[in-house]
Design a protein around this ligand. Structure first.
Ligand code: AMP
Ligand code: FE
Ligand code: FE
Ligand code: ZN
Length: 300
C-alpha cells in the first residue's frame, strides 16, 4: 500500500487564494505532501507555473480547475483533473469567464459606491493582480478600507447572495461543467458535496454520473464557519464515501485552502491518502474517450 498524503483542492492568486502557484508547491513540499492540484475558480492559469515548480521540488502537480455551476438555486462546484490547459474549449471558457467576472466586479463596486461605501475598482483589480477577480478581492478591499472587520464578515453582510450589492455570475449547469471537463480531456469530480443539502446531493449524483462524472470529493477541509459541527462534517464525509461506492465514483479530496485570511482550512487539512490519486489516475486512463480532444488516442 502506498503511504503519504496529498491535497487535490487548492486556490492560488490566479483566483481567490493568497499564495502564488509557486508558493503553494513550496508549502506542499515543506509539508511533505506527495501531490497537489491547484483548482482555481474558472481558470487554469496557475497550472504551468505550479508544474514548473513541482518539477524543481519533486511534488507532483495535477492540472486542475474548479468550475462554478448552478443547479436550482444552489451553487455546485465541479472539479476538473488532468484537463488539457491548451485545449481550445478550455481556453475559450477561461477567457470568457475572466471577462464576465471583471464586468460583474465593476457592477458590485458601482452598487457599493452608490450606497456611499468607500471602495473603487482600481483597488479591487490591484488586489486581484493578474488573477481572475471575485468577491474575495472585493472583500479584501472592504477590509482594508475599514468597512468590515474580516473577509467572512464582508460575505455575511454585503456580498452574500440576496444582498442588494450581490451580482450573480452567469454559470453553466453542472452537467455542462462535467461535459466541459471531459471535452478538455479531463475527468470531473463533484466538489465539497458535504456543504450541499442532502436532498440535492441525492439528485445530483445519479444525474451527474449519467453525464460522465468520475469522482466525488469525500474528504474536504473542516471549516467551522461553514455551519457544520466537526462531528457532522465527519458524518457527512462518510455518507459521501457511500455515494462513491454506490455509484462507482472515485473518492477525491482536498482542503480548499485559500490562505487562512480567507477561510480557516489549512493546506493538507483534509488528510487525503495518496491512494486516492492512484485511483483517480486509473479512472483517467480508463475514461470515456469519446469526448476527449484527441478523439480517444492513448495519452502518455
Ligand atoms: P465568487 O466566485 O466571486 O462568487 O466568490 C465565491 C468565493 O468566495 C468562494 O469560492 C469562496 O472562496 C469565497 N467565499 C464564499 N463564502 C465565503 C465566506 N463566508 N468567507 C470567506 N470566503 C468566502
Ligand atoms: Fe474561492
Ligand atoms: Fe468550491
Ligand atoms: Zn475551491
Amino acid at each position: 500500500m502506498l503511504t503519504g498524503e496529498i491535497d487535490l483542492h487548492l486556490h492560488s492568486t490566479a483566483s481567490d487564494g493568497t499564495e502564488t502557484p509557486r508558493s503553494l508547491v513550496r508549502m506542499a513540499k515543506q509539508m511533505g505532501l506527495a501531490a497537489i492540484s491547484i483548482t482555481d475558480h474558472d481558470t487554469t492559469e496557475a497550472v504551468s507555473e505550479a508544474q514548473r515548480e513541482g518539477r524543481r521540488s519533486s511534488v507532483e502537480v495535477i492540472p486542475g480547475i474548479e468550475i462554478g455551476s448552478h443547479f436550482e438555486g444552489n451553487s455546485v462546484h465541479i472539479l476538473g483533473y488532468f484537463v488539457d490547459v491548451e485545449s481550445p474549449v478550455l481556453r475559450e471558457f477561461v477567457q470568457q469567464k475572466r471577462e464576465a467576472r471583471k464586468r460583474r466586479a465593476i457592477e458590485i463596486v458601482r452598487r457599493l459606491r452608490s450606497a456611499g461605501l468607500p471602495i473603487d475598482e482600481e483597488a479591487v483589480f490591484e488586489a486581484a493582480g493578474s488573477g481572475v477577480v471575485g468577491r474575495v478581492q472585493i472583500a479584501r478591499v472592504l477590509v482594508a478600507n475599514g468597512v468590515v472587520g474580516s473577509v467572512s464578515e464582508a460575505f455575511a453582510s454585503l456580498l452574500r447572495r440576496g444582498s442588494p450589492y450581490y451580482v450573480a455570475l452567469t454559470k453553466p449547469s453542472p452537467q455542462e461543467a462535467v461535459s466541459l471537463v471531459k471535452r478538455a480531456g479531463g475527468i470531473a469530480s463533484l466538489a465539497h458535496p458535504v456543504f450541499l443539502e442532502e436532498r440535492i446531493v441525492e439528485r445530483l449524483v445519479p444525474m451527474l454520473s449519467k453525464a460522465g462524472l468520475a469522482g466525488i470529493e469525500v474528504l474536504c477541509g473542516f471549516d467551522p464557519a461553514a455551519g457544520l459541527t466537526a462531528e457532522d462534517h465527519l458524518r457527512r464525509c462518510a455518507e459521501m464515501m457511500g455515494f462513491a461506492t454506490d455509484y462507482g465514483l472515485v473518492p477525491t479530496g482536498g482542503s480548499d485552502y485559500h490562505g487562512l485570511s480567507v477561510k480557516a482550512t489549512g493546506m493538507g487539512s483534509a488528510h487525503v491518502p495518496v491512494q486516492f490519486l492512484e485511483d483517480l489516475k486509473a479512472a483517467y486512463r480508463n475514461r470515456d474517450p469519446a469526448q476527449s480532444p484527441s478523439g480517444g488516442a492513448p495519452r502518455s
